[in-house]
Design a protein around this ligand. Structure first.
Ligand code: ZN
Length: 68
């Protein structure tokens, strides 16, 4: 029976896979594996918040300020 004491060592931090590609995350770009994936995620996030153009007008209607 081989010595398994080394497999018992727990890392300081649980490594999370890159949310973009699933590769092990890098320390500098945590939780992403690279700046590229970080950029992709950031871009998606930014474009996601600007995906609704000209919603200002409807905001008055949709808002829940109509509580009489
Ligand atoms: Zn990645």
């Amino acid at each position: 029976m081989p010595d398994q004491s080394t497999s018992n060592v727990t890392p300081l931090r649980a490594r999370r896979p890159c949310p973009e590609c699933g590769k092990p995350s890098a320390r500098e770009t945590y939780p992403f594996c690279s700046t590229r994936c970080k950029d992709v995620d950031l871009n998606r996030w930014l474009s996601g918040s600007y995906v609704i153009p000209g919603k200002d007008d409807e905001e008055n209607d949709v808002s829940s300020s109509g509580s009489e």
